[in-house]
Design a protein around this ligand. Structure first.
Ligand code: DX5
Ligand code: ZN
Length: 217
């Protein structure tokens, strides 16, 4: 399975955004966390920063929308050039309609699940999505500890994808580091978001390579 490393810029130095993005030019995606202080208890980023990031890097952008009413806002991120737009199942009124709209715009459509949300209601409609994001922390903040008990959900999702013969990616987000990425990969994830592990490392570029190597096994 093709491994993708997607560093999260949530806690990067926004005063030097272009330099921060340059450090991770070897990433597969740049993960941009959008928070509205309603869906999650934090306010972070939005379209203007997203557009600035799109200008500053040639790495494809992966928007993670932790917002209410993604039905209303998600298409604007695809419009702004997101390669992938992921919205939360818990916040979305019409996930199939939104996923189809994003795909029609040329973006990959991702469905995200908070730790307590089951994958089972979505198992018959996996073909509607390009990626399932299984949160490995409660969304809202960087630097939290990896919730290991999410691994069975990753494995059940991987099995269902394989059984249906689909090419849907599984992303994990939260607490991914050198010490957790291998178990997430073994469980069936192939797209790894890492915020603090990358941006707190002395050499972000080398850390992306290291994580990719560990995930590939
Ligand atoms: C958390 C965000 C994450 C966060 C990950 O709600 O969705 O993308 O930036 O940060 P780390 O890797 O530090 O857990
Ligand atoms: Zn995220």
């Amino acid at each position: 399975m093709d491994v993708k490393i997607s560093p999260s810029i949530l806690n990067c130095d926004f005063g030097h955004l272009a330099d921060e993005l340059e450090k991770i030019s070897n990433a597969d995606f740049v993960h941009v966390d959008i928070m509205d202080n309603h869906f999650v208890p934090n306010l972070a980023l939005g379209l203007p920063i997203f557009e600035a990031a799109a200008q500053a890097t040639s790495v494809p952008l992966d928007a993670h929308l932790m917002i209410e009413n993604p039905d209303r806002w998600a298409p604007a991120y695809a419009e702004a050039g997101a390669a992938s737009v992921t919205f939360h199942a818990e916040a979305c009124q019409a996930p199939l309609r939104l996923a189809r709209e994003l795909r029609a715009q040329g973006a990959r459509a991702g469905l995200a699940l908070k730790p307590a949300s089951p994958i089972e209601p979505y198992l018959d409609i996996l073909n509607e999505f390009d990626m399932i994001l299984i949160m490995t922390v409660e969304p809202g903040f960087g630097g939290q500890s990896f919730i290991e008990t999410m691994m069975p959900k990753v494995t059940r999702t991987r099995r269902a994808i394989e059984a249906a013969g689909l090419d849907v990616w599984i992303q994990v987000d939260g607490g991914i580091s050198r010490s957790t990425i291998e178990q997430a990969a073994a469980a069936g994830a192939n797209n790894f978001v890492a915020g603090s592990a990358v941006f707190r490392a002395e050499d972000a570029y080398a850390e992306v390579e290291k994580l990719r190597e560990l995930a590939a096994g």
